[in-house]
Design a protein around this ligand. Structure first.
Ligand SMILES: Nc1ncnc2c1ncn2[C@@H]1O[C@H](COP(=O)(O)OP(=O)(O)O)[C@@H](O)[C@H]1O
Ligand SMILES: [Mg+2]
Length: 410
């Protein structure tokens, strides 16, 4: 019998190989489990659709697209996105119900996790036939008017009906034509579940703004919006590089959005989750805000940035950075960076340590040198790369960046 004699070097080599192999297996296993956990499945999506359709058939929810989704089946499921950690986002195909003469992709979304459980309940007094009483209707009107005004400064004229303005159907017509008694209650519950979602309310109120995606309609707590994926331009995979003219076009549009958020609303709007994935590119190559949940008007932003603190980071609200008054030990209630600073830091510029290639990578050589300088100034106005930025990008930097990019659009 041959006896294997292990020499120390051979033993060391073998141990190293076993350790390396175990580490590789562990890493693959971990990545696989994270990926699996974050994935959505067709079965789950079909359960979600069955659930809302069942509630529609049971007269628990309503909306202009329920019948197309649940009865006529003219809206078909295509796929879901990874929604485990966030909103439910399903991609569907819709015929005439969404846009006349065309079959288009649409996105069906909700933030609600388990039916309506996470919303504030709206309890309205009902009549014996379970229709909403006169007082109940008045109460709903006041509550919804306050919500729309408080969150968005949205008001209606005396000729308009607040319920219809916030929904996808004419409220009174719907109630009149419904074949069941409590149609007003069903409608009000659906409207209530929608307007508690900041993204829906924002999109509904600001449909005229070009970078707000179109809303096609609703069913229960779900809303159907324009399909505008981040795509290769705003969310490139490792190798998915788009040509410079497309990237520079998108960058200029993102800068226009940053500017508009500062000036075009009743108060400046702060975008606190800035990343390529939260913007989309529409059919006509226009750039859209996809995740308006993380948009906050100035007043609300200040409320989010109050409270006790020991250091500046205690006052941060995602990408919106705050500052701590260390003497009073309270946050000073103001955002100290700005939207453009975040866009430059989180979308435009390369972050080599994260292997992140910014949208403006590999510019034409004629502007490359100047662009590096101005992008650094935009992303790190205090020249403090590597630290958390607590300074806004100056208007002068914005103008320099804008004209540099404009000069090299193609
Ligand atoms: N209208 C849309 N068109 C295409 N893709 C979308 C749309 N809305 C969302 N998505 C995709 O779904 C992802 C998650 O949606 P988002 O609203 O950002 O939810 P979350 O709050 O979970 O981040 C987005 O990053 C985007 O990739
Ligand atoms: Mg998002």
């Amino acid at each position: 019998m041959k006896i294997i004699r292990w020499q120390p070097r051979r033993l060391l080599k073998l141990t190293c190989s076993v350790v390396t192999l175990s580490v590789v297996v562990l890493v693959i296993y971990t990545i696989h489990s994270i990926w699996k956990d974050n994935r959505c499945s067709e079965e789950e999506s079909s359960t979600l659709l069955d659930d809302v359709c069942q509630r529609y058939k049971d007269h628990i929810v309503a909306g202009n697209l329920c019948s197309d989704l649940c009865e006529k089946q003219t809206i078909d499921f295509v796929k879901c996105t990874n929604y485990r950690q966030g909103k439910k986002v399903l991609i569907l195909e819709c015929n005439e119900a969404c846009r006349t003469g065309e079959r288009i992709k649409v996105v069906m979304k909700t933030k609600s996790r388990h039916k309506n459980e996470e919303y504030d309940r709206l309890v309205l007094p009902l009549n014996d036939d379970s229709a909403v009483s006169k007082d109940g209707l008045e109460m709903a009107k006041v509550i919804m008017t306050n919500r729309a005004f408080g969150d968005m400064h949205f008001t209606v004229s005396s000729q308009q009906n607040i319920f219809s303005e916030l929904w996808s159907m004419d409220f009174e017509e719907y109630v009149k034509s419904a074949a069941y008694k409590n149609a007003d209650h069903v409608a009000l519950m659906s409207i209530w579940s929608l307007i508690q979602q900041d993204e829906y309310l924002f999109m509904k109120v600001y449909q005229d703004i070009p970078y707000v995606p179109r809303l096609y309609g609703t069913c229960g707590e779900y809303y159907f919006m324009e399909y505008a994926p981040p795509g290769n331009i705003l969310s490139p995979g490792f190798f998915g590089l788009s040509p410079w003219p497309k990237r520079v076009e998108a960058a200029l549009k993102l800068m226009d959005i940053a500017q508009s958020l500062e000036t075009d609303f009743y108060q400046p709007l702060h975008f606190c989750d800035v990343k390529g994935d939260n913007f989309g590119v529409g059919e006509d190559l226009s750039v859209k805000i996809l995740d308006s949940d993380s948009l906050f008007f100035d007043e609300k932003m200040s409320m989010n940035m109050k409270g006790t603190c020991r250091q500046d980071s205690d006052c941060d609200f995602f990408d919106c950075r705050g500052m701590c008054d260390t003497v009073k030990k309270t946050c000073n209630g103001r955002r100290v960076n700005n939207n453009l600073q975040n866009i430059c830091e989180d979308i435009f510029i390369d972050i080599p340590s994260n292997f992140f290639r910014g949208l403006l990578h590999d510019p034409p050589t004629s502007i490359a040198k100047d662009l590096i300088v101005v992008l650094q100034e935009c992303a790190y106005p205090n020249k403090n790369m590597g630290e958390v930025v607590r300074t806004p990008t100056a208007t002068e930097t914005m103008e320099r960046l804008y004209s540099l990019l404009k000069s090299k659009v193609s």
